[in-house]
Write a protein that binds this ligand. Structure first.
Ligand SMILES: C[S+](C)CC[C@H](N)C(=O)O
Ligand SMILES: N[C@@H](CCS)C(=O)O
Ligand SMILES: [Zn+2]
Length: 326
C-alpha cells in the first residue's frame, strides 16, 4: 500500500505535539525599530530601504520561539515595484531577497541554537507571504473584499502568477496566502498552485470583519468549499481579524474542513486604510494571547500566532503557553 509522505509542515506539527507557533506581525516589529512604512508598498518598502532591519526582525521572532517565520513580501508585488520606477528584474530580485533574508536568519539562528543540547527550539520553517490583491491596492481593501466588476478570476491569477513563481523559486518551505477577503481570490490561488505545480505546501488565510463571514460577505462555507478541493493547500484559517472572533471561527472551520486550521489574529485594533494607521478598539494584550492560545489549540487550531500589532513578546507568550500545556 502506498503511504503518503508527510510534508515538512505536517512533520513539524507532529513533532511539536500537535500545535505550532507562527509569527505574522512583521510590519509592527519593523515599525518598533523606527521604520517608516506609510507607503503604498507598506512593510515591503523595507526590502528596498532597510533590508538589515528585516533580518533583525526575523531574528527577534526566532528568539521568541516562532516555529514559522512569515517573510516580508506581503505587499511586495511586481506592479507595486514597477509603479515606483523599478524594473521587472529589480522587482523580482526584491521578491527573492525577501525569502533569502528569512532563510539566512533561520539558518544562522538554527546553527547556533542546535549547538546547545538544551535549546528549546525546533527548526523553523520559512513561509513566503503573498498578500491579497486588496493589500496591493493599499487602501485597506483586504478588509472589504469588493474588487469591482473588472476584477475577475483571470485578472487575479495574472496579478499573482509571476510573484508566486519567483517566490517559490527562491526556496521557501511554505506559501502563506494572507488576509484574503473573498472566495474569488481563494479560487485564484487554488488554481495557480495547481497550474504551476507548486510542490511546497500552502496555507490560505481569510480575514473577517464581522466574525462570521469573509469581508466580501461570502460565507466561509462557500470559501472553504473552494479551498477543500486543493490537496496543495494544507492549512486554512484566519489572519489579521480581531482576536475575539477566533474562538467561534475555529468552531465553524472545524465543521467545514479536514485541513489543519491556522489562526493568527491581530490585536483587535482597526486599520484605517486612508489615514494609514491603526485605530484603537477592543484589544487583546500579550497575556490575553497566552490564555486564549491554549483555548484555540484545544478547539482544534494547529498553527497559532499573532498578526498586526502583535510583537515578538506576544509570540513568546503564546509559545510558552502552548509548551506548558501540551
Ligand atoms: C494588513 S493592512 C494593515 C496592510 C496595509 C494595507 N494594505 C495598506 O496599504 O493600507
Ligand atoms: N505579515 C504581514 C501582515 C499581514 S496582515 C506583515 O506584517 O507584513
Ligand atoms: Zn496583519
Amino acid at each position: 500500500m502506498k503511504t503518503e509522505k508527510k510534508s515538512l509542515l505536517q512533520d513539524l506539527i507532529e513533532i511539536s505535539g500537535g500545535c505550532v507557533v507562527t509569527d505574522g506581525g512583521f510590519a509592527t516589529q519593523l515599525e518598533k525599530h523606527g521604520a517608516s512604512i506609510n507607503d503604498p508598498l507598506w512593510s515591503a518598502i523595507s526590502l528596498i530601504k532597510e533590508p538589515h532591519l528585516i533580518k533583525k526582525v526575523h531574528l527577534e521572532y526566532l528568539e521568541a520561539g516562532a516555529d514559522i517565520l512569515v517573510t516580508s513580501s506581503y505587499q511586495a508585488t511586481i506592479p507595486g515595484f514597477l509603479s515606483r520606477g523599478l524594473s521587472i528584474e529589480e522587482g523580482e530580485s526584491l521578491l527573492q531577497r525577501s525569502v533569502k533574508l528569512a532563510v539566512e536568519a533561520r539558518d544562522s539562528f538554527w546553527t547556533s541554537a542546535k549547538r546547545n543540547p538544551e535549546n528549546r527550539y525546533r527548526r523553523t520553517l520559512v513561509a513566503a507571504s503573498i498578500g491579497s490583491y486588496g493589500a496591493y491596492l493599499a487602501d485597506g481593501s483586504e478588509y472589504r473584499g469588493l474588487y469591482g466588476p473588472d476584477v475577475n478570476l483571470e485578472k487575479l491569477k495574472d496579478f499573482h502568477r509571476r510573484r508566486l513563481q519567483v517566490l517559490v523559486e527562491a526556496g521557501p518551505d511554505l506559501l502563506a496566502f494572507e488576509t484574503i477577503p473573498n472566495k474569488l481570490e481563494a479560487q485564484a490561488f487554488v488554481e495557480l498552485v495547481e497550474e504551476l505545480n507548486v510542490e511546497i505546501p500552502s496555507w490560505i488565510c481569510f480575514t473577517s470583519v464581522d466574525g462570521e463571514n469573509a469581508p466580501s460577505g461570502e460565507s466561509f462555507q462557500d470559501c472553504l468549499e473552494v479551498v477543500n478541493k486543493s490537496s496543495k493547500v494544507e492549512a486554512v484559517g484566519i489572519n489579521c481579524a480581531p482576536p475575539h472572533f477566533i474562538e467561534s471561527l475555529i468552531s465553524k472551520f472545524t465543521q467545514l474542513t479536514k485541513k489543519a486550521i491556522i489562526v493568527y489574529p491581530n490585536s483587535g485594533e482597526v486599520w484605517d486604510g486612508i489615514a494609514k494607521k491603526w485605530l484603537p478598539s477592543k484589544c487583546f494584550h500579550d497575556d490575553d494571547f497566552g490564555f486564549h492560545a491554549t483555548r484555540w489549540r484545544d478547539l482544534g487550531a494547529k498553527i497559532i500566532g499573532g498578526c498586526c500589532r502583535t510583537t515578538p513578546s506576544t509570540i513568546q507568550i503564546i509559545s510558552n503557553a502552548l509548551r506548558k500545556n501540551i
